[in-house]
Design a protein around this ligand. Structure first.
Ligand code: MN
Length: 228
């Protein structure tokens, strides 16, 4: 074992529904504007332009069921998404082989400091300050593909205090999961432990302290997250 000069940071690990073992997180990639209706609500053309990505930090993924309202923002939005967990990776993965690398799927929330992101967009600057903050991706337990297969259609929705805010169908993704994996692997070396957030349907909006968010997607159950 090597010696480390400082305390080793903890491995970020997520629970798996049918397994007491945990899934260790290596990297987090997020695709932007991957549902046409959401691209339109954000003021963009939903035509199939090349996909684009930003990243969150592994430690931004939390499974505590609590989302602490972050500092420096007055407009924090919910984005319900399906997270894809990889068990292997590589470069230049063919679309037809991409699903062989998937370990499983989970519900995730791409929480966004929309006001800060808006300033960064306007100035042509990176989005991290709006996207990659502490606790910014509450994530549910992972459903292994060996048990549920590869969901590519079915309802995905988010309620806030029992009001439906976001609703769509996973079949509305502009770039499908195998295409996202193949595309990313042209630019990055993907590997076991990587997590990909696959985009959000229309209906994003703000949350307040005290709100209760419930995310659901067909085959992935539901996840309740309190805004603290
Ligand atoms: Mn998103």
């Amino acid at each position: 074992m090597p010696q480390f000069a400082i305390e080793v940071p903890p491995v970020v690990a997520l629970p798996i529904v049918t397994n007491s073992a945990l899934f260790p997180v290596r990297r987090v990639y997020c695709i932007g504007r991957n549902y046409a209706a959401h691209a339109i609500e954000m003021g963009h053309d939903p035509d199939r332009e090349p996909p684009f990505f930003f990243q969150k930090n592994p430690s931004n993924l939390t499974s505590s069921g609590t989302f602490p309202y972050p500092p420096q923002s007055e407009d924090v939005h919910h984005e319900v998404e399906v997270a894809v967990m990889l068990k292997s990776g590589g470069t230049d993965i063919a679309v037809g082989d991409a699903l062989d690398h998937v370990f499983g799927y989970a519900l995730s929330l791409d929480m966004t400091r929309r006001d800060l992101q808006g300033v960064q967009k306007k100035m042509g600057r990176p989005w991290e300050i709006g996207k990659a903050f502490e606790h910014s991706a509450p994530t549910g337990p992972i459903h292994p593909a060996s048990e549920i297969g590869h969901p590519d259609k079915g309802r995905i929705a988010l309620t806030v205090n029992d009001e439906i805010r976001q609703e769509g169908d996973m079949n509305q993704m502009i770039w499908k999961v195998p295409e996202i994996i193949a595309y990313l692997s042209e630019y990055f070396e993907l590997a076991a432990g990587d997590v990909i957030l696959s985009g959000t349907p229309a209906g994003v909006g703000p949350v307040e302290r005290g709100d209760t968010m419930i995310a659901e997607a067909e085959g992935l159950g539901s996840m309740t997250v309190s805004v603290a």
